[in-house]
Design a protein around this ligand. Structure first.
Ligand code: ZN
Length: 766
């Protein structure tokens, strides 16, 4: 119990049900009744009403609250009365769409109606594609396929586009950052094609709980969207436990291994016969935990086949088999990556254990939701790792259980992304003079002219025509902001093992780097800049490499700025140049530095957006530290902020970078820059500017509570990097920033747990 930081019991909830409305076809209602659905939950009924009124909706209710029916029902109901009607279902991942199609098939087969449901993705055989285009009533696909396989070939999909009634977007919260900025443009293209064929589809979206589902949906669709978040589904009693492994090395801030703690916790439940799911952060940790749990099974003289792993990289048939075995109860425990967090049907488990915080509160709730029954108790346990985010989570149950603080963000007008899609759109249909592209705020005619100057478009009469024979969608990946990738080639087995985006390549695939792929290690022999490829061979070593990068940042334009007494905040456009200098060899587990080497690569520049915070010129004197000390303190501050920011902007680690400058040439003051690592920016900087008080407060909190002496990887970085005074200087700087923003206190609302004694010692307030 010493390790339990919080234990919440969420009481059981009664269902709120309403009878099927008269608008539902009696055949459909009858089938649902035979499937054990005698009535609708209130949120399902509300969704139907809003859709009937012609509105777009986003349904925001927890896992296993019957979200799928919110779109299957209106779509099938419409098809029963209008057999020509068509619908398009978009899922962010393939595994998820396969599962939802099964469910839809079940309903359609029982209805004995002539409704054809097809999945159209990269695996669809060529001969099946024609019949899908002609006869598929419901086409299930993903955004990537819509972008590169359907929209460019719209002339073959006339039946679909002429009659497109509904577009379903499930797991909407996935469409944020780069992916969201792309999808918003794909939707602009989709609506443009629909207008051409005379249809105007309605959008039905579903999302996990985030702070701004309505805002996210209306920015993606550029139309008003109604939020439906009053859940009417029942649920059993649920225990949610935040669990923090004990500190084993105070200096380095290292806690007992999250994997071993996860094994122990899960073992307790398994030994008592409770079906359990474990979520691990990586493919590698999935395999390690499967091994551990199987060992325990054997020790108890049980079959080791009761434990299975589940992750990307397993064959589809293998995965279907595991899902079925879970539903039948033939498997007692499964260890999975987030692949199983989505709505794949695996029956109801009693226990969900998370080996580390999955990165967003939305994901954590989805993972916790895999253990959960309509009746009876279930348990979800979050086992924290030593990282700053994990430690913040277990120390802030209010953050976790309160109203979601996570806001998804996107920027459809990111010029790099926008121009890619304008090209695709021009290929699909010529632009007419004066035509708009969605709600694009950029000067659109200027973009068209720019493309004409680059001999991509030609202005003839009042139209802009595509004029090259290159097919533009093929070069645009929805998952990356830049259009260039570096291919990693295994020279021993002569095959491509992966890709990295151009921007990250110098750090990841420089000569002699250790590249990890599916828990295998490769050493990079040569990074071929011109050929955009890296040659590698498999190795087995006990270290990984970490590149040091020298970064310079120049402000090009200030969008917003606020000056306060002791500091100022701003965001704007910047040019960032980076050059990798050296790499360190870091030993696994102990994180010792076991060597280093030089990197010889040219510098790179990106233009992007950044947030920055500056301190007065003489602030180091106010703090009573040397200029050098101030520099180290700023570095420590930049480290912790970079870790904390993704918490509030729903970003990934590689989305955000930070730089500290003891005297920035632009502000002429001590400045910390936190910039968006995607060319053109995808909206993070403005979000940081707006939420900077909350972000600084969270950072101060992590540093204060961290039990380390003078800095560790769980807070501001190791003292080797930030100096012995780095931690306290960073804290002082954070306090100053919070004063500057007029914040009276560092403590978040609610009653925080007691500070560990050692943390109180380093807190400047004591
Ligand atoms: Zn620390």
């Amino acid at each position: 119990m010493e390790k339990v930081r919080d234990w919440k019991v969420l009481p059981p909830r009664e269902a709120k049900v309403v009878p099927f409305p008269s608008t539902i076809d009696p055949r459909l209602a009858a089938i649902l009744k035979t499937k054990g659905i005698p009535s609708l939950y209130s949120h399902q009924a509300t969704t139907l009403e809003r859709i009937a009124e012609g509105r777009n909706v986003v349904v925001v209710t927890p896992t296993s609250s019957g979200k799928t029916l919110c779109y299957n029902l209106p779509v099938l109901n419409d098809l029963l009365s209008r057999p020509d009607s068509r619908s398009l279902f978009l899922f962010p991942t393939k595994a998820l769409s396969a599962d939802q199609v099964d469910e839809l098939h079940g309903l359609v087969t029982a209805l004995e109606a002539d409704i054809k449901t097809f999945t159209f993705d990269g695996d669809t055989p060529a001969d099946a594609r024609r019949s899908i285009r002609a006869a598929g009533h419901i086409v299930v696909t993903n955004p990537d396929m819509l972008h590169s396989g359907i929209l460019p070939h719209h002339t073959r999909w006339t039946r679909l586009f002429e009659n497109l009634r509904y577009v379903v977007l499930d797991e909407l919260h996935h469409y944020r950052g780069v992916f969201g900025s792309h999808l918003a443009n794909v939707i602009r293209r989709l609506k443009r094609i629909c207008r051409f064929y005379g249809s105007s589809p309605q959008f039905i979206c579903c999302s996990a709980t985030i702070a701004n589902p309505g805002e996210l949906a209306s920015r993606l669709l550029e139309e008003p969207v109604e939020v439906i978040d009053q859940n009417g589904a029942p649920s059993g009693e649920k225990h949610f436990i935040l669990y923090n492994p004990p500190v084993v090395n105070k200096e380095l801030g290292i806690r007992r291994s999250v994997l071993k703690e996860t094994r122990d916790v899960t073992d307790r439940f398994l030994s008592r016969g409770c079906p359990s799911i474990v979520f691990a952060r990586s493919r590698l940790t999935v395999e390690v935990l499967v091994t551990y749990l199987r060992e325990s099974m054997r020790r108890r003289h049980k079959s080791q086949d009761l434990i299975r792993g589940y992750r990307g990289g397993y064959l589809p048939t293998e995965r279907r088999g595991i899902e079925q075995a879970l539903r039948d109860g033939r498997v007692m425990g499964v260890v999975s990556t987030n692949a199983l967090e989505l709505g794949i049907d695996i029956g109801s488990l009693e226990v969900a254990v998370m080996a580390g915080y999955p990165g967003t509160v939305a994901s954590a709730w989805q993972q916790a939701g895999r253990a959960g029954r309509r009746q009876g108790s279930s348990v979800a346990i979050l086992v924290a790792s030593s990282t700053p985010l994990d430690q913040y989570m277990v120390d802030h149950p209010d953050y976790f259980f309160g109203r979601s603080p996570e806001g998804a963000t996107l920027n459809p007008d990111n010029l790099v992304i926008l121009i890619s899609h304008v090209k695709c759109a021009a290929y699909e249909l010529p632009f007419e003079d004066g035509e708009a592209f969605g709600d694009c705020h950029e000067d659109f005619s200027q973009i068209l002219q720019f493309l004409e100057e680059h001999r991509v478009l030609r202005h003839v009469g009042d139209r802009w025509h595509w004029m090259t024979d290159v097919y533009p969608a093929g070069d645009v990946s929805l998952r990356s902001a830049s259009t260039d990738n570096v291919v990693i080639h295994d020279t021993v087995n002569d095959r491509v093992i992966g890709e990295v985006d151009w921007g990250s390549a110098p750090e990841i695939v420089h000569d002699d780097a250790i590249y990890l792929h599916e828990s295998r290690q490769y050493q990079i022999e040569k990074f071929d800049l011109e050929g955009k490829r890296a040659l590698a061979h498999p190795v087995e070593v006990d270290y990984y490499t970490d590149a040091e990068v020298k970064t310079d940042i120049k402000v090009l334009d200030v969008f917003q700025e606020e000056e306060r007494d002791g500091g100022s905040r701003a965001h704007g456009e910047v040019a960032v140049t980076t050059i990798p200098t050296i790499y360190k060899k870091i030993r696994f587990h102990t994180h010792e530095n076991v060597g280093w080497g030089q990197i010889h690569l040219p510098e790179q520049e990106i233009q992007t957006t950044s947030f920055w915070f500056s301190y007065g010129v003489d602030h180091h004197q106010t703090l009573g530290v040397s200029l050098e000390q101030m520099g180290l303190g700023l570095k420590a501050l930049a480290n912790i902020l970079r870790h904390v920011v993704p918490l509030f902007v729903m970003g990934e680690r590689h989305d955000i970078r930070s730089v500290a400058m003891v005297q920035s040439p632009f502000t002429r003051r001590s400045t910390v820059y936190i910039y968006d690592n995607h060319p053109g920016g995808v909206g993070f900087s403005e979000k940081i500017y707006d939420g900077c008080r909350t972000i600084f407060r969270a950072a101060a909190d992590i540093v204060t509570r961290c039990p380390c002496q003078d800095g560790c990887p769980s807070c501001v970085g190791p003292s080797l990097e930030v100096g012995e005074q780095g931690k306290i200087t960073a804290l002082n700087l954070l306090e100053r920033a919070l004063d500057a923003s007029g914040l009276p206190t560092l403590q978040p609302p609610g009653s925080p747990p007691k500070l560990p004694a050692s943390a109180a010692e380093v807190s400047p307030s004591t």
